[in-house]
Design a protein around this ligand. Structure first.
Ligand SMILES: Nc1ncnc2c1ncn2[C@@H]1O[C@H](COP(=O)(O)OP(=O)(O)OP(=O)(O)O)[C@@H](O)[C@H]1O
Ligand code: SF4
Length: 278
């Protein structure tokens, strides 16, 4: 049964989320399909479209966004309103909060039980001073775990929540997507659509896209499950390198097939959020 919509918190009681217009959770059934990549590139592409974006990294056991945005080793500070997130650019148009900023060493493992993880996620939601944001993008661990429930429970009373499902041609499975959709339905998330990542290989020499694995499985699945298909992002070595080095792929590779795919997906997300999440 779908979750009944919770009573919305009055604007005066939204606290640190009062200035956040839209919230999108990035979900995937399996690990390693590029969820953090899509979350990062979505944030960069939204900035490219003039939006102010926050990223909340609730992948507590594998926080990779600080590295992808070249923010590793930065520190969050306390202010009267709570934690000040890390600004990844001088213009302060992308802010980021991650457990990675609270660890002594960047590669330290977080070995926590559920209640401690849930408490931190709730604190992230209530205590980070985001300021004014057009979008808050929430990167989550694979599957549907305690972290997802904690994030949804804390965020849902504040705003309608959108969900972006990421899959790959190899990981595509009706069962996984159906499980994600059931989670969305039960927790009241509005499904924005499915993105197929690592869909073919974009050659850096001639921009030809070769279908190394299969292609189109994400689209077929979207059709089968009645969810909008937002697009396919090819495997692009320049994208891998940009993520490794924490560089802005969207700014630096505007001629690549992955760039065109990411911009088109972002436009569809902008369109869908304006109708679904307003
Ligand atoms: N379209 C792409 N082109 C090139 N490299 C990619 C692409 N998508 C993801 N990658 C690379 O694949 C690896 C896994 O991606 P990522 O960390 O985003 O996956 P994830 O689903 O978030 O993983 P986890 O399950 O650990 O949360 C990363 O090294 C990333 O750089
Ligand atoms: S895709 Fe084109 S440039 Fe790339 S390896 Fe093949 S033939 Fe060469």
């Amino acid at each position: 049964m779908a979750a009944a919509s919770p009573a919305r918190v009055p604007p005066a009681e939204l606290g640190n989320l009062a200035g956040v217009r839209h919230i999108i959770l990035v979900l995937s059934g399996k690990g390693g399909v590029g969820k953090s990549t899509i979350a990062t590139e979505l944030a960069l592409a939204l900035r490219h479209r003039g939006k102010k974006v926050g990223i909340l990294d609730v992948d507590l056991c594998g926080p990779s966004i600080p590295r992808m945005l070249h923010a590793q080793g930065r520190a969050v500070h306390q202010c009267s309103g709570g934690w000040v997130p890390v600004f990844v650019d001088q213009e302060q148009s992308i802010s980021l909060m991650s457990v990675g900023f609270l660890l002594e060493k960047p590669d330290e493992a977080v070995v926590w039980r559920g209640p401690k993880k849930n408490a931190l996620i709730k604190q992230f939601v209530s205590d980070v001073a985001w300021g004014e944001l057009d979008y808050l993008v929430v990167d989550t661990p694979p599957g549907t775990s305690d972290e997802h429930m904690a994030a949804v429970e804390a965020l849902r009373p504040c705003r309608p929540l959108g969900a972006l499902l990421v899959t790959t041609p190899q990981a595509v499975s009706v069962g996984d997507v159906r499980r994600e959709l059931t989670f969305c339905r039960k927790t009241g998330l509005q499904v924005l659509g499915v993105v197929e990542n690592m869909s073919g290989f974009a050659c850096p020499h001639c921009a030809e896209c070769t279908n190394v694995f299969s292609r189109g499985g994400g689209e077929e699945l979207a059709l089968l499950t009645g969810v909008p298909f937002l697009g396919s992002v090819p495997l692009d070595p320049e994208l891998t390198r940009s993520l490794e080095e924490g560089r802005d792929f969207i700014q630096e590779f505007p001629k690549s097939p992955a760039f065109s795919a990411l911009i088109s997906i972002t436009q569809k997300i902008l369109d869908r959020t304006s109708t679904l999440l307003s």
